[in-house]
Design a protein around this ligand. Structure first.
Ligand code: DON
Length: 629
């Protein structure tokens, strides 16, 4: 493999390395230093930017990927400068150049400071990244109850420092009594039962999944890694009223309908920020799991409470459903982008295939124009249009449908899709045989002092899932059944229109967009651990962070703060974050034929290896927390 521009050593203009002890091996400080350098170099950077915007790379003929040499000739600092200038327009909510959290040894980044601290506590006690990820996962169930969970499911990507890789699927499954049309009313229309209440839940996988990851790759007993979560539930933690109360202070109409109301809505009001929040039922549940293992959840006292609650509320999850639940180790999707390797999640998540397919298409246009330019947004939209069309039509649980993983991640196939892209005009999403796919999920990334890495995304689907809170159990149940095509052809809560491959069937896993991903540099060393929450925008956000780092040479902090784009084939619309594209870029995109929309885009938590340690960046849009040592 030819050496790539990133991370080759780059001359520092003045040696200044900012406030990180050893300075990143990568480009952040370099870029910042150069941004403030002479007018001459500024003019050069603007020239690069203009070249990037106006003179797009020549269209790739089918079968031709630009040579590495062509890519190598770019000066990474200038690319980053141009990308940052273009990506952070006036009026954008974040500024470029914000430092990441730096740690010399190990790092955990999640949506809860307490959960990230739990991971770091375990690593300081000698645990590895998997021990820490499981500690973080259970602590999120306590301190980020809108999405952290034991009543949901998730996906974990592991890359051990010795090179072993693994992906664990602990997605929920449809109960045995589920039927294809269970969410369609007598009038033939979709009901709300796939999103609210007892029928919305799949059989939870989180407890079995976390225990299985620990069994195979961890080093500590379950009780040890669960200790921080149990402490947080039993002794309480101080709630945060920010971010819609997802860290405990929420009393939504959804929650108020079910048994969680007494705890989350005392006196009919949300807990105020700054309240110490104790969850006794959840503490008891966690202690049972710590003492007896997942059997407590799937066959013991917790299963009893769960099934009794299901029966009271008209749910269909039975003891047999719980007893049969099994997490599945799957062969990781391993794809490449310009010499970097992605290790990511195969079905039952669509995330890995769709991220890989999109990057494979974009590789044909490398070097890409700067982030934030019309040319870049157009290419992103056109690539996503094609990969999401495949996703929505062809993907489902591999136990039930034949998923063409190799074909969809094949470079030649991507070249043929790239060759269809007109550089000046938007195409239209083709009609496809539809057959159908949730608001709160959470991603966390962990790297330990040995370089073992874990990327995990877990979810209840919607915020607080179905709203059902298991009496006595003390936890919320998911509404993951809405990720099935509840009525093939009808958009789900994220507007995704999907195919028959993802129709409801008993025992089947509903298709996910979760995309936990680990990226290795061209030398095979750990570079990036990332992933996101946000329904289908998970896929695009994860991919854009990777592109910002690899292709645009941004620091992790800038890569996370840059405005995001999204296209999911249907609706045929390119979404951007408010103020994330200049008016001129919006006009150019409209002139190319794109329909534009705005939306908030995803919640990511990432770690990047830098010189002398690790940079961690929690989601700046909603207060993620990076903790390291
Ligand atoms: O698995 C999925 O793709 C969805 N259940 C994820 C939902 C989600 O990310 C909501 N986010 N904030």
């Amino acid at each position: 493999m030819a050496a790539l521009v990133f991370p080759v050593p780059v001359k520092l203009p003045n040696g200044a390395l900012g406030n990180q002890p050893s300075g990143p091996i990568f480009l952040g400080e370099i870029v910042r230093t150069q941004i403030s350098s002479s007018a001459l170099s500024r003019a050069a950077f603007v020239a690069v930017l203009l070249v990037g915007c106006r003179q797009q790379p020549s269209p790739a003929a089918a079968g031709t990927v630009p040579s590495m040499e062509m890519v190598d000739r770019r000066d990474p600092a200038r690319v980053a400068e141009a990308a940052v200038r273009s990506a952070f327009p006036a009026g954008w909510r974040f500024t470029a150049g914000t430092p990441a959290t730096f740690a010399e040894h190990a790092m955990a980044v999640s949506m809860s400071k307490y959960a990230s601290e739990a991971g770091v506590e375990i690593m300081k006690a000698g645990g590895n990244a998997v021990d820490a990820a499981v500690a973080t996962g259970f602590a999120l169930a306590v301190t980020y109850p809108s999405a952290g969970n034991i009543g949901g499911g998730g996906f974990m990507v592991i890359r051990m420092a010795d090179g072993r890789t693994a992906t664990l699927d602990y997605r929920e499954v449809a109960p045995l009594a589920a039927t294809r049309n269970m969410y369609i009313g007598a009038d033939g229309k979709l009901t709300k039962k796939s999103t609210v209440g007892y029928l919305a839940s799949g059989v939870p996988g989180s407890v079995a999944g976390m225990a299985e990851a620990l069994r195979k790759y961890g080093t500590m007993p379950l009780a040890n890694v669960m200790a921080p979560a149990i402490r947080l539930a039993e002794e309480g933690y101080v709630t945060d009223s920010g971010s819609g109360g997802r860290r405990g202070g929420n009393c939504s109409a959804l929650i108020a309908q079910f048994e969680g109301k007494d705890l989350f809505c005392p006196g009919g009001q949300a807990l105020k920020g700054g309240t110490r929040f104790v969850q006794r039922d959840l503490a008891r549940t966690l202690k049972l799991i710590a003492a007896q293992g997942p059997t407590a959840f799937y066959e013991g006292a917790i299963a009893d409470s769960l099934v009794a609650d299901e029966q009271r509320g008209g749910g269909i999850i039975t003891k047999e459903d719980l007893r049969r639940y099994t997490p599945v180790w799957r062969t990781p999707i391993q794809s490449t982008y310009r010499g970097y390797t992605l290790i990511t999640m195969p079905p039952s998540s669509s995330g890995g295939i769709t991220v890989s397919e999109t990057l494979n298409i974009l590789e044909n246009f490398a070097p890409l124009p700067p982030t934030g330019s019309a040319a870049y947004a157009h290419l992103i939209a056109e690539a996503l249009r094609r990969s999401f069309t495949d996703r929505n039509e062809k993907l489902g649980d591999p136990q039930f449908v034949k998923v063409p993983i190799d074909a969809l991640t094949d470079k030649a196939y991507a070249r043929s899709l790239a060759a269809q892209i007109d550089r000046a005009h938007a195409s239209k999403t083709p009609a496809f045989s539809v057959g159908h796919e949730g608001d709160n999920t959470t991603h966390y990334s962990v790297v330990d002092a040995s370089g073992n890495a874990v990327a995990t995304t877990t979810t209840l689907n919607g915020g607080y899932g179905s709203g059902v809170w298991i009496r006595g159990g003390g936890f919320f149940m998911n509404n993951e059944m809405d990720d099935f095509a509840a009525q093939p052809g009808t958009p789900n809560m994220f507007g995704l229109v999907q195919g028959e491959a993802n129709a409801v069937q008993p025992g089947k896993r509903m298709l996910s967009a979760m995309s936990p991903t680990i990226v290795l540099d061209p030398q095979g060393q750990l570079l990036l651990v990332t992933g996101a929450a946000g329904g289908p925008t998970i896929i695009t956000t994860t991919m854009e962070i990777i592109l910002n780092v690899i292709e645009q040479h941004m620091t992790l902090a800038d890569a996370m703060r840059a405005p995001r784009l999204h296209h999911q084939a249907l609706p045929d619309q390119l979404d951007y974050e408010p103020n994330g594209l200049t008016v001129a870029v919006q006009d150019s995109l409209k002139a190319m034929g794109h329909t534009l929309g705005t939306r908030g885009l995803a919640t990511a938590n990432s770690i990047m290896r830098v010189r002398g340690g690790l940079d961690g960046v929690g989601e700046p849009r909603s207060g993620g927390a990076a903790v390291g040592y």
